[in-house]
Design a protein around this ligand. Structure first.
Ligand code: E4P
Length: 223
């Protein structure tokens, strides 16, 4: 399973890239808006920084305008993937963009039925929002498992991107369910790496090492 960062912050992207685990980036209008800069500049910088896929979201509501916007976003970089929403207009625009060879990510997906539609239009990626399903007392992980099961049973090539992940166990369970990609905020990435026993263990190793050095220095002085 590839690990993506859900952000438009170039600092966060660079930090995770340094770990050597950054598979790609997903953005959305809210995340780009937080940067308080020209969106084109934000997108371009991310596309240049990241080797893997970068999802850029359309904001038009009508299909025709969405297709125009999608073409422009796709032309911004070889690693650009165009996000369209799971709406009738999004399906129409998504199908047309796919027919033109543009890779699309169908976003705001909350049910296996919607994921089935995304696969049928030839989406490159589908994004079920697990955390937001949980927020309304649903079971996001159950929906993800059903989507993976349907795609495998039907042989759809569409990749399953587990989105709206809120904590490390979301990521672990998404991997167990067979998701192709998991996208998460920077905070979740940092929680993935940390464990109190790692910190305690390292503290102990370093203390023992210092103790050894002190003893060896003492022996050298007294001889
Ligand atoms: C994915 O592409 C979305 O940007 C994202 O995962 C939404 O997550 P949120 O529900 O935490 O906003």
């Amino acid at each position: 399973m590839k690990l993506f960062l859900d952000t438009a912050s170039i600092e966060e992207i660079r930090a995770i890239k340094r770990w050597g685990v950054l598979g790609g980036v997903t953005t959305n209008p809210t995340l780009v808006g937080r940067e308080r800069q020209d969106p084109e500049h934000v997108w371009k910088r991310i596309l240049d920084e990241v080797d893997g896929d970068v999802s850029l979201e359309t904001t038009a509501v009508e299909a025709e305008a969405m297709v125009e916007e999608g073409r422009a976003l796709a032309a911004m970089g070889r690693n650009a993937v165009v996000k369209v929403p799971m709406t009738p207009a999004g399906l129409e625009a998504g199908r047309r963009l796919t027919d033109e060879g543009i890779r699309i990510n169908v976003t705001l997906v909350f049910s296996p039925a919607q994921a089935l539609l995304a696969a049928e239009i030839g989406a490159y990626v589908v994004s079920p929002f697990l955390g937001r399903i949980d927020d309304v007392a649903g079971d996001g992980m159950h929906a993800l498992r059903q989507i993976v099961e349907i795609y495998r049973a039907q042989g759809y090539p569409t990749k399953v991107l587990a989105a709206s992940l809120r904590h490390p166990m979301h990521v672990v369970e998404a991997a167990r369910a067979g998701a192709d990609i998991a996208t998460m905020p920077y905070e979740v990435f940092t929680k993935l790496v940390s464990h109190p026993l790692t910190d305690l263990g390292l503290e102990r190793f370093l203390a023992d090492w210092q103790q050894l050095r002190r003893e060896l220095e003492g022996e050298a002085r007294s001889s």
